[in-house]
Design a protein around this ligand. Structure first.
Ligand code: SF4
Length: 212
């Protein structure tokens, strides 16, 4: 049974899920931003310059968990997270996923002057702040008037890697969740280990080359 452990008590994950749902409801009702929509498919074309100086156009498509509007009229992309720990704060200002979400909302942003604020945020449903709300990790709104922005530069680098097919594995924290761990050349036990010589190779080698 999914929701009960062998002692008959509710599974701890069920309790965590309930707490996360309660935090989400508090967030939904108490946030100063207005909920607009959820799970909408968004797409946009982005012009980027690769590190080699070539121009490229990238079609971005994706779903954003929620789109909200702050009191000044700015749209804010929200990604709901269900992880046990929040993303390190230092990674939020250039968090790639949030940056892509800001690009997806770029064309819908109001042209009127808006207050400085966040353009996207992770809402950590399993991490509570001191007020009992889910921890909100906001990314400052990207000023797309000052192109190329950090996210456009990052996409330009990605475009160059894909066009050149030069995929160099760089070990990092992501390795823990990577689906390619077993075939990654940076990991021990990779399937690309050299094979031992076959029996007939050993025989040929011992007998010497008949054409000598
Ligand atoms: S296991 Fe290899 S391919 Fe996967 S994230 Fe780590 S370095 Fe990259």
């Amino acid at each position: 049974m999914l929701c009960m452990n062998p002692t008959g008590n509710p599974h701890p994950e069920l309790a965590h899920a309930r707490e996360a749902a309660a935090r989400f409801l508090r967030y939904h009702h108490q946030s100063d931003r207005v909920y607009l929509e959820a799970e909408q498919l968004l797409s946009t074309e982005v012009s980027v310059t690769t590190p080699a100086g070539e121009s490229d156009t990238i079609l971005l498509t994706g779903f954003v968990d929620r789109v909200e509007q702050d009191p000044s009229g700015r749209l804010v992309a929200i990604d709901l997270k269900n992880m046990k720990t929040a993303v390190p704060t230092g990674k939020i200002p250039e968090h790639g996923q949030l940056g892509v979400y800001q690009l997806l909302l770029k064309e819908r942003q109001s042209s009127k002057e808006v207050e400085p604020g966040i353009g996207a945020a992770l809402v950590q449903l399993r991490v509570e702040d001191t007020a009992g709300m889910p921890k909100v990790q906001g990314q400052p709104a990207i000023d797309f008037e000052r192109s190329p922005t950090w996210i456009e530069q990052r996409l330009g680098e990605a475009a160059e890697i894909i066009r050149n097919e030069t995929f160099i594995p760089i070990p990092g924290e992501e390795c823990r969740f990577c689906s390619y761990h077993s075939v990654c050349p940076t990991k021990s036990g990779t399937i690309f280990q050299p094979l031992p010589p076959a029996d007939h190779d050993l025989v040929d080698s011992a007998a010497g080359d008949p054409h000598d």
